[in-house]
Design a protein around this ligand. Sequence first.
Ligand SMILES: Nc1nc2c(ncn2[C@@H]2O[C@H](COP(=O)(O)OP(=O)(O)OP(=O)(O)O)[C@@H](O)[C@H]2O)c(=O)[nH]1
Ligand SMILES: [Zn+2]
Length: 201
Amino acid sequence: MTVRIRAELPLPLRFADGWSTPARVVTFDGLADGREHLALRLGPAVRRDPLVRVHSECLTGDVLGSARCDCGPQLRESVERIADVGGYLLYLRQEGRGIGLYAKLDAYALQDDGLDTYEANVALGYGEDERDYTVAAQMLEALGERRVALLTNNPDKAGQLAALGIDVVRRVPTAVHRSASNARYLEAKVRHGHLVGVAPE
Ligand SMILES: Nc1nc2c(ncn2[C@@H]2O[C@H](COP(=O)(O)OP(=O)(O)OP(=O)(O)O)[C@@H](O)[C@H]2O)c(=O)[nH]1
Ligand SMILES: [Zn+2]
């Protein structure tokens, strides 16, 4: 089934500190997994290579302000940077690197006993990272954007999108949002190939 835009409408954003930006939210029909993924269209319209952030849902970090990860600050940084130059934020409903919210919280309990974020997933019987970016590629195609600059430190995300037919012309690193509470989480990401704090070559 071809993926099509279902609706697009204004969704002005205002954050707790008062920073605000106009935005448009886009919904889709026909996405591969039938879940309610969203795109936000932000900033000026650009003719080539929009800046795109593919953000996986993290209820604890994005909504509640959990300091165990860097998702909340990355989401805010992404919205601001895309609003500056023009592009999209794709908000994918694959919580906990695809294992779900309760399983992620089970994994947190194991992390408190000494496992890292990836080992904890495996101890629970899941893959280290179960995310699949098929729906992100489908959303970009429906938006008419096959060439993008991708805001990420995660080479797997860029690699999966490229394998799905999206031309990632540039990787744009995100800032490092380090704190005492998320330091071990970020170190585990680096051990698994994330380019945290590394500029693209
Ligand atoms: N299973 C699991 N998922 C986590 C944990 N901490 C954060 N997540 C999830 O990880 C996802 C965010 O992925 P990250 O690896 O932080 O970042 P990324 O999006 O792959 O990489 P960047 O694009 O560079 O930010 C969200 O779905 C979070 O819910 C954890 O300890 N265990
Ligand atoms: Zn998080």
